[in-house]
Design a protein around this ligand. Structure first.
Ligand code: TYD
Ligand code: MG
Length: 470
């Protein structure tokens, strides 16, 4: 006979415990462990091998008819790009992101566009019919043939989808869905896992693409939780700074395409608009070169992208000077400050240091190290980086500038946008001979010291403690 048991599950990482504890050993999160009730029967007792015989599964060759899946194109080019060229029928896609970032908006726009050729359903557990109608009107989608429903019961949804023949189904959000076979509340690990599993199973069987919206906790993980990332085929995160209208849809996992692919959007009063040439957008309005800024020739997935890095270095009045970083890794900035101090004789310990990536972009590549260093040195020296210059290179702890991947496509993007100079690592791209790109004047930098020297001989004088300070 089935009996109900209690388990204690971390709501953040899914780790299981026999007893409640205040802190999860798995992910270090406090207060994330909650009791969930599960049915356990005697079925599992003897193990599979001891029980009744199963059916023999059939093995097949890797080569087959199902070569390349046909895609459902949303018509929103940036979304299609992020999913690796459109939605795959029978697949599951997870769209994660902070509340209010625009997940519901983009998915409503996507189904609105796809509804012209495909049968689409949008099921919302968060918003009422009127709210969604209002949004659709605002987006100019009120006439599109999307089947909308406000529902949270998994049983009802499964029954409905079983009987229908939709091509695309949006579930907004998976945390509001509720399976009545479980005792735990909606949004808990067991519920989210069970609901997602049922929906994905149905999607695979019926051949529709299911798009699940998942909320993100403050640490940036989808709440209720990582388990979901393993279950779906594609994970897209929607990110962006609150004060900026730019939104980036980033593929972090994709069974049908490249990861790290991004799509860039701008949030306007009629929803999200694609930005086909993001480099132009992330370079803030630049006129004359100013000190403390450097342009990084970055790469997002397969797409080269130029971003402006800004630094401000000011005398600090505090015993422990401030270090503030937006859009980059602060530990990495501290490392660069340490390298500047130890290897280049440029101590910035008495200065407040602020670093910002313009346009609300987040840069994750170590290849941005040298651009960050250039922005910092330029800010200290109060001398601008020469006009029309892009910078790329990773910095090692001894101050050496290390090669980066795909130098050529980065530099080509720079020439396309009118940049005539580039500071690059020595022997440019890993192990290959020096690149020569038409119209681009390349300066190879082997050590961070050489970069400091480019800003003149008096940079080091500027970081001497002011008289009377110590
Ligand atoms: P929403 O899609 O509801 O976010 P999520 O589903 O990720 O929680 O986005 C809502 C935000 O977007 C809200 O702050 C208002 C803004 N917005 C616009 O600026 N323009 C628009 O046309 C729409 C529909 C929303
Ligand atoms: Mg929403």
């Amino acid at each position: 006979m089935a009996k109900t048991q209690s388990r204690f599950i971390c709501q953040s990482c899914g780790a299981e415990y026999r007893k409640w504890t205040g802190r999860c050993d798995g992910c270090g999160e406090w207060n994330s462990i909650e009791e969930e009730r599960v049915e356990s029967g005697p079925k599992a007792a003897g193990g599979i091998a001891g029980g009744a015989k199963g059916k023999t599964i059939e093995f097949v060759a890797l080569e087959g008819e199902s070569a390349s899946p046909k895609r459902i194109i949303s018509g929103i080019a940036e979304l299609d790009r992020a999913c690796g060229g459109g939605l795959v029928p029978g697949s599951a896609l997870l769209v994660g992101g902070d509340p209010g970032i625009g997940k519901s908006t983009i998915l409503l726009q996507a189904v609105g566009a796809m509804a012209a050729k495909n049968k689409c359903a949008y099921i919302s557990g968060e918003e009422a019919v009127d709210q969604v109608r209002m949004r659709a009107a605002r987006l100019g989608l009120e006439k599109s043939k999307v089947d909308f429903a406000a529902a949270t019961s998994l049983r009802d949804i499964i029954t409905t989808l079983e009987a229908s023949n939709h091509d695309v189904v949006v579930i907004d959000s998976i945390q509001t869905m509720y399976a009545d076979t479980l005792d735990s509340a909606p949004g808990t690990v067991s519920q989210v896992r069970a609901c997602a599993l049922e929906l994905i199973r149905l999607a695979k069987r019926k051949g529709f693409a299911v798009l699940l919206v998942g909320h993100v906790t403050k640490e940036g993980q989808i709440a209720g939780p990582r388990v979901l990332e393993h279950m779906v085929d594609t994970v897209l995160y929607f990110e962006g700074e609150r004060g900026h209208q730019f939104r980036i849809l980033r593929a972090v996992k994709n069974r049908f395409g490249a990861t790290d692919e991004i799509g860039v959007f701008e949030m306007g009063d009629a929803g999200l608009v694609e930005v086909p040439n993001p480099s132009a957008l992330f370079l803030a309005d630049r006129e004359a070169p100013v000190s403390g800024t450097a342009v990084f020739a970055g790469l997002e997935g397969t797409r080269p992208m130029l971003v402006e890095i800004q630094a401000l270095v000011a005398q600090s009045a505090l015993a422990t000077p401030r270090r503030a970083v937006v859009g980059w890794d602060s530990a990495r900035m501290n490392m660069i400050l340490a390298v500047l101090d130890a290897r280049c004789g440029l101590p910035l310990s008495q200065f407040d240091v602020y670093l910002n990536v313009a346009g609300g972009m987040r840069v994750g590549e170590p290849a941005a190290d040298m651009a960050v260093a250039a922005a910092l040195i330029s800010a200290v020296a109060d001398a601008p980086v020469p006009a029309e210059t892009v910078i790329v290179g990773e910095i090692g702890l001894s101050g050496e500038v290390r090669p980066v991947g795909q130098l050529e496509s980065r530099l080509k993007e720079a020439t396309k946008l009118g940049f005539g100079n580039a500071y690059t690592p020595k022997n440019g791209t890993q192990g290959k001979k020096k690149l020569s790109i038409k119209g681009l004047n390349q300066t190879e930098i082997g050590h961070l010291q050489d970069l400091v020297n480019l800003f003149g001989d008096d940079v080091r004088d500027k970081v001497r403690p002011r008289e009377g300070m110590y």
